[in-house]
Ligand binder design. Structure first.
Ligand code: ATP
Ligand code: MG
Length: 288
């Protein structure tokens, strides 16, 4: 694939997770977004372009290993190097991302693409396919300081990458990319103060043309659920978790639901199913 290729509009809605910072939460959010859409009855494909870490693929492997028929699954494609992609379960290989998105896009409603925190022609091209681009900012780095935003959005060349992707997309089909920057990995105090907006980030949002939404707090449950292939949007009970769900799960579920709503994905309002955790008894609430 040449860098000059024009993005071919896919019939599916394409969601790209991208940032130039490691560990901001791209793969974790990718999996939660995919499951949220599956829960709405959407046909969802996931693409893991991180050929080195393969975090999203690992997540999906753990989910398959959980073996529960209740756990809805995506059609999953993994990078095998360069722009080659493999649908492992079906043994189908695509030789370019363009072919993969065109083919998978014809039979799915949404494609969620997880990218590595690196820059390459392929990563730049994939950004131009996005209808929704989600960029988590890691709040553990410097919180809400202007320097932190600069390092993660503007100063990192990432904003320039997005600008190029938008131009290329606009030339291809006159569509715009909805760029959503997520304040992620917040401390407990920041998460409690979720309504508080960051002046510096809002100023950047206006200048660079992104929307800003609250993301996930720093919570051990996200790592624990990854190991079981689960998200907070799955049915969490003694059978799936190995322990009864507790307040941390319910709180995480609420913040994920709020993030999903903020992303304004192509599922009509009111179509998101209600949270899957059965109401907790007092006994469970005391166990957090
Ligand atoms: N909100 C959170 N709270 C606690 N742990 C988290 C949270 N989000 C992600 N993690 C954990 O942090 C690690 C990195 O997260 P993740 O893989 O989602 O980030 P990433 O942006 O995809 O990283 P990379 O750049 O390496 O692809 C994982 O072990 C994940 O389980
Ligand atoms: Mg990742």
């Amino acid at each position: 694939m040449s860098v000059e290729s024009s993005p071919q509009p896919a019939s599916a809605h394409v969601i790209v997770l991208g940032s130039h910072k490691d560990g901001a939460g791209k793969s974790t959010i990718a999996m939660h977004v995919a499951v949220a859409l599956l829960n709405c009855g959407q046909r969802v494909a996931t693409i893991d372009l991180d050929a080195q870490r393969r975090t999203l693929t690992q997540y999906i492997v753990h989910r398959r290993a959980a073996g529960s028929s209740e756990l809805r699954r995506t059609t999953h494609l993994v990078s095998t190097g360069g722009s080659r992609l493999l649908v492992e379960e079906e043994g189908i290989e695509f030789f370019s991302i363009v072919d993969a998105v065109a083919s998978i896009g014809a039979t799915h409603d949404v494609i969620v693409v997880d990218t590595p925190a690196s820059d390459s022609d392929l990563i730049r091209f994939v950004h131009s396919l996005a209808d929704t681009l989600i960029t988590p900012l890691d709040h553990r780095l410097n919180g809400d300081t202007a320097g932190a935003h600069d390092a993660q959005v503007t100063g990192s060349r990432y904003a320039e990458l997005v600008r190029g992707a938008r131009q290329r997309r606009n030339r291809a089909d006159s569509k715009s990319i909805d760029w959503v920057v997520v304040r992620n990995r917040l401390s407990a105090a920041e998460a409690r103060d979720a309504g508080a907006s960051s002046k510096g980030l809002n100023e950047l949002a206006g200048r660079l043309g992104f929307r800003c939404v609250e993301g996930l707090a720093e919570r051990a449950v996200y790592g624990e659920l990854f190991a079981r292939g689960l998200t907070v949007l799955d049915r969490l009970d003694q059978a799936t978790l190995g322990v009864p769900p507790n307040l941390a799960h319910v709180t995480a579920q609420r913040e994920v639901a709020s993030l999903i709503t903020g992303l304004a994905l192509p599922v009509g309002p009111g179509q998101w199913p209600s949270p899957p955790i059965a109401p907790l008894g007092e006994h469970d609430l005391l166990k957090t």
